[in-house]
Design a protein around this ligand. Sequence first.
Ligand code: GRF
Length: 217
Amino acid sequence: MTARLAVLASGRGTNLVAILDACARGALPATVVAVLSDRPASRALSIARARGICAETLDGQAYASRETYDAALGDRLDVIAPDLVVLAGFMRILTPALVERWLGRMVNIHPSLLPAYPGVRTHRRALADGATVHGASVHFVTPELDAGPVVMQVEVAVRPDDDEQALAARVLHAEHQLYPAALARIVSGQVAFRGGALYSGSVELAAPERIRIAEVA
Ligand code: GRF
């Protein structure tokens, strides 16, 4: 069965491209049925349109509150009825009401090895701490920001001469391999989030899977 994905993105959409490419080459048994953005100028929307995928703006500026925005977004998602909602650089904090409705069916990618560095400026904070290993995580979305159970992580070594930009570029490259791989595990049923815990079949998973990728220059 091919899973139907709705991707929510605010910005440049490089993770969206990685997901679309993985679907096209058969590495991810899924179809992106819609791309939604809160920003009309989001490159993710033009990427979707160029590939003939339904692309819609729900402009964040047009709503008076998070609650009214998320009610409208929830209504759209109900109509689209995806199997999984995939956040790929969606720069809004979602209300608990929307998150609860999609609990176990909504995932996010975050540029750190969670639980380290939730929130913003993760690369800068990792460098300031002198971290030697950084990375990215794919997690199910729960009401608490960046705190949902992690499905899979990728490690990226921090180099002595790294600055924020260089580290961010290598982590982003790693994300492009991580997100399709983690989504494949979810849509194939290898990993599921039920009753507050992660399962592989009937076995509760204690720790997320971590992968290391070949370093890029
Ligand atoms: C990525 O760094 C992701 O981890 C974060 O937002 C960024 C999205 O980048 N949640 P892109 O729009 O996919 O290029």
